[in-house]
Design a protein around this ligand. Structure first.
Ligand code: ANZ
Ligand code: ZN
Length: 850
């Protein structure tokens, strides 16, 4: 028996696929649109660290699916590329002086080699890289379309600023107040910046989620991020010293206008433009101090429910428009300037934050919805019947809101209003390694777009990549690049020096794959029409509100411009689970690096240095724990087919699961077994006919089950259970002296989508001289699946008590005897006498017993 020669067959077939361009795809007229599939992986950032085992997880899943589709007669587009702009290359340039393009290209080369070593069936001729000028020409072009539509604008409001990365950040890039990239506490800085009007698409981004086959969790995150809220704006009049109405108004946003009779004070945000006017001379010093203090806090600190409420009285009163009562106006930072109108009416009886504030500052609490609690002791935030509310009394929340809205509209003091949590997208970065924003600032003409025929506007070479930290990008230092002539008037002008964020290039890359060499359009209409939308998109869950929201936004803009034909880019989304690793935990919960751990003969884990017994736990792979699994090592030791199959066998695709060396060894043995089967003699027996050999009948059934299950499970991306079934079948095969040729040939086909190298090799061994990749997926005869055993249900006096297996067609008296012996039924028959037995053939035995 020869050894499973993965070391030689894997490079052999990789070379074959490359040289023969086996997976090159065309818009083929012989495949109608229903017979084409676009299967996409989230393209990687080519980091210096190279591929980690998480990458091949999603890539293998899509690869299996694509290979399966091709064998089922589909024209499959399956491309790969690189999200190549980004901070690490730039930071490396700062440290070493190496140009980011040099580093990035080297990393891309390394990644490509690694990806190819796993035998994925990408059409490499369509590979794109976002930092190629032939690519970013079109990123810039799309930006100009947004600009021309009024969807890109310059702004000078305070934005999130990472003091470490020295750049502005989008809201989506701030997680719990920290920079998503480096973890530094984000501050606010007022700098000039470019902003994209994603809010103009808020409603469509929300509504169209319903049309997508995406994980509910991702849809929910996007819904919450967009945060649509329907309520009312209500205008209050400010009173003078004597309580008489003035001309001054204060408008609030509320989702609960029904509680207006319970509004006992108002709050404006410390940044509210009316703070100065509202502040009376006596309160001036307190207010100024408070405003200064809250400017130092993050939004998170300010709105955190658990944080102590702070605030200061402005000295002014407003008139509650429904009952004429005077209520004090406070200034407090739990009200944010960026939401609604930056001012609220406070209803402490029915709102948690208002209640806490009222308790702390001793403000009145008036119940306006009948509740089960004493609102002096705790707020009531649920529905109820209105009380103390004149014309609303007796109504529930929904009806009361409606009635109050009518009242407010009639009196012209309020109207329906909608608010979103979503903010416009801060799009400019004060960094070097990104797409230059193709705009020019002219003294006379203002902001002028670079003419489209002059694109790409290439990144110039700089000597210093150091971010300036002043809010200017390193490009601002290159006078020869910055100084230019205005495309409109020919006068003196300066280039925009900000660059785009990494999200720019990844917003539309799936469209470039359709037609990557096109020089006159980002992709041809024909290609777009044929391939879009993406049928299956697989990637990590971390992009839920970043890339996946931004790309949907750009896609909708392109749709409105008539440049794409679908409203959404990604019809189906699947998030692969994280691949974790084992780690070892001391009693005090600290973790021990894996190289300081040993397993004793008791099977348990101990710390080498101290002998302390450790608990094996699952943890994220990390350098410090030394539990990072390098795919190159695994491929070298076990082969690419083993790595691929193991990653699919670890568990359901969408679940997080730990890497286990024993597991990949098991898969490797399975492939060895398959290899050894290929050395068994093949028989040319016709297995479709009447068989007399019982072993062959059983094998035929097992194979029918295997095709059935692998077909089903591959189609539904349940790869782990498909592999289990192949294992069962291989076991059955190994008991045979010889293997029917037709069966082996079909098995090699289904195996080949999972383990393509061994698949091609075995296919060749069978005497074929073409790739297996386009062979027809095996079918099976349903007849072979027919169960020869039936499940018989046992009932006693009409109640289900047990079940058992019996050969189909068993005689009634046989079934009755078997049913009497059924463990479940026995208990209920004990001490009783069977008066009657009813049998339904192949299904049921019912005993009537007394
Ligand atoms: C009165 C009221 C009574 C409210 C009540 C709630 C409950 P969502 O659903 O998130 O839109 N609010 C309005 N603007 C705010 C701001 N800039 N900063 C902080 N809070 C603000 O929440 C809307 C509610 O949040 C509004 O409805 C307002 O409080 C508060 F029993 O008005 B409500
Ligand atoms: Zn940062």
């Amino acid at each position: 028996m020869s050894k499973y020669p993965f070391e030689s067959i894997e490079p052999k077939w990789q070379k074959y696929w490359e040289e023969n361009k086996t997976f090159k795809v065309r818009e083929d007229a012989s495949f109608p649109k229903e017979k084409r599939m676009y299967v996409l992986d989230m393209f990687p950032y080519p980091s210096a660290a190279g591929l980690h085992v998480g990458h091949p997880e999603g890539y293998t899943a899509t690869d299996i699916y694509c290979r399966y589709l091709r064998m089922n007669g589909y024209n499959v587009l399956h491309p790969m590329g690189y999200d190549a702009f980004g901070l690490p290359a730039e930071n490396y340039a700062i440290k070493t002086g190496t140009h980011p393009a040099t580093t990035t290209n080297a990393n891309i080369e390394h990644f490509t080699k690694q990806i190819k070593s796993l035998g994925f069936s990408y059409d490499w001729d369509r590979c794109v890289s976002t930092c190629d000028s032939s690519y970013y020409k079109w990123t810039q072009w799309i930006f100009l379309q947004l600009f021309k539509r009024g969807l890109a604008y310059e702004s000078n409001t305070p934005i999130n600023w990472c003091p470490s990365c020295k750049t502005g950040l989008a809201n989506e890039e701030v997680k719990e107040g920290k920079c998503d990239r480096c973890g530094t506490q984000v501050t606010h800085k007022t700098i000039r910046q470019w902003v994209l009007k994603i809010t103009a698409y808020a409603d469509r981004l929300l509504e169209d989620l319903d049309t997508l086959d995406w994980p509910e969790s991702v849809k929910l995150m996007q819904r919450n991020w967009i945060g649509k809220s329907t309520g009312a704006e209500v205008t209050f009049t400010i009173a003078d010293k004597d309580g008489k109405p003035t001309d001054q108004k204060l408008t609030v946003y509320t989702t609960r206008c029904d509680t207006l009779f319970g509004a006992t004070y108002m709050v404006v945000s410390p940044e509210h433009p009316l703070v100065k006017q509202l502040t009376t001379p006596e309160q001036k010093a307190f207010v100024e101090e408070y405003v200064e203090l809250s400017a130092k806090k993050s939004d998170l600190e300010r709105t955190d429910l658990n944080k102590d409420k702070t605030g200061v009285f402005s000295g002014s009163y407003a008139i509650n428009p429904v009952n004429g009562k005077l209520i004090p106006v406070w200034i407090a930072d739990y009200v944010l300037i960026s939401y609604g109108t930056g001012a609220i009416m406070a209803v402490p009886a029915h709102d948690d934050r208002d209640w806490e504030f009222a308790k702390k500052f001793n403000l009145p609490i008036i119940e306006v919805l009948k509740s089960d609690v004493n609102v002096q002791e705790q707020p009531w935030t649920q529905d109820g019947i209105h009380v103390n509310s004149e014309f609303l009394d007796g109504l529930n929340k929904k009806d009361a809101i409606e009635k109050m809205l009518e009242f407010l509209e009639e009196k012209k003091i309020g109207k329906k209003a909608v608010n979103y949590k979503l903010r416009d997208w801060i799009f400019s970065r004060q960094r070097y390694w990104g797409e230059p924003i193709p705009l020019v600032h002219c003294e006379k003409c203002g902001i002028v777009p670079v003419p489209e025929e002059e694109l790409p506007l290439e990144l110039p070479n700089v000597k210093s990549y150091q971010p300036t930290g002043t809010g200017e990008s390193p490009l601002a230092g290159i006078e020869s690049w910055v100084n230019c002539t205005c495309p409109k008037c020919g006068g003196k002008a300066r280039r925009e020096t900000n660059t785009m964020p990494q999200w720019g290039g990844s917003c539309w890359y799936y469209l470039r794959y359709l037609d990557p060499k096109n020089n006159s359009a980002f992709c041809s209409k024909e290609a777009e029409n044929y391939w879009m939308p993406v049928d299956l998109y697989v990637g990590g869950a971390e992009h839920a509100v970043l890339h996946l929201l931004y790309a949907r936004f750009w896609h909708k803009v392109l749709y409105d411009l008539g440049l794409v034909s679908t409203k959404e880019p990604f019809q189906r989304l699947v998030n692969q689970g994280m691949i974790t690793s084992f780690a070892y935990q001391r009693k005090n919960k600290t973790l021990v690096p894996v190289d300081e751990v040993e397993q004793h003969s008791d099977g348990l884990w101990y710390e080498k240095a101290t002998g302390e017994k450790l608990e094996q736990v699952v943890a994220k792979m990390s350098k410090s724990l030394k539990n990072v699994v390098n795919p190159d090592d695994e491929i070298k030791q076990y082969g690419a087919d083993s790595v691929r199959m193991y990653e699919m066998f670890m568990g359901p695709l969408t679940m997080s699961k730990p890497w286990n060396t024993q597991g990949i060894i098991g898969i490797h043995r399975f492939l060895e077994k398959v290899w050894s089967l290929s050395e068994k003699p093949l028989s040319d027996i016709d297995i479709t006919g009447h068989l007399t050999d019982e072993k062959l009948v059983a094998l035929r059934k097992s194979f029918a089950q295997t095709i059935s299950k692998v077909t089903n499970d591959t189609n539904t991306l349940n790869f782990n259970t498909a592999i289990s079934q192949m294992m069962i079948f291989v076991n059955d095969l190994s008991k045979m002296e010889s293997i029917p040729r037709a069966m082996w040939s079909d098995f090699v086909k289904i195996l080949s989508v999972y383990a393509p190298h061994i698949g091609e090799e075995l296919w060749q061994k069978l005497g074929n001289d073409k790739t297996i990749a386009y062979e027809k997926w095996p079918a099976f005869n349903e007849e072979y699946l027919k169960d020869d055993e039936k499940t018989i249900v046992v009932m006693v006096n009409g109640k289900l008590r047990g079940k058992f297996q019996a050969p189909s067609g068993s005689a009634d008296d046989v079934l009755i005897e078997m049913a009497k012996n059924d463990e479940g039924a026995k208990k209920f028959l004990e001490g009783k006498q069977i008066v009657k037995s009813v049998v339904v053939k192949d299904k049921l035995v019912n005993f009537v017993a007394k």
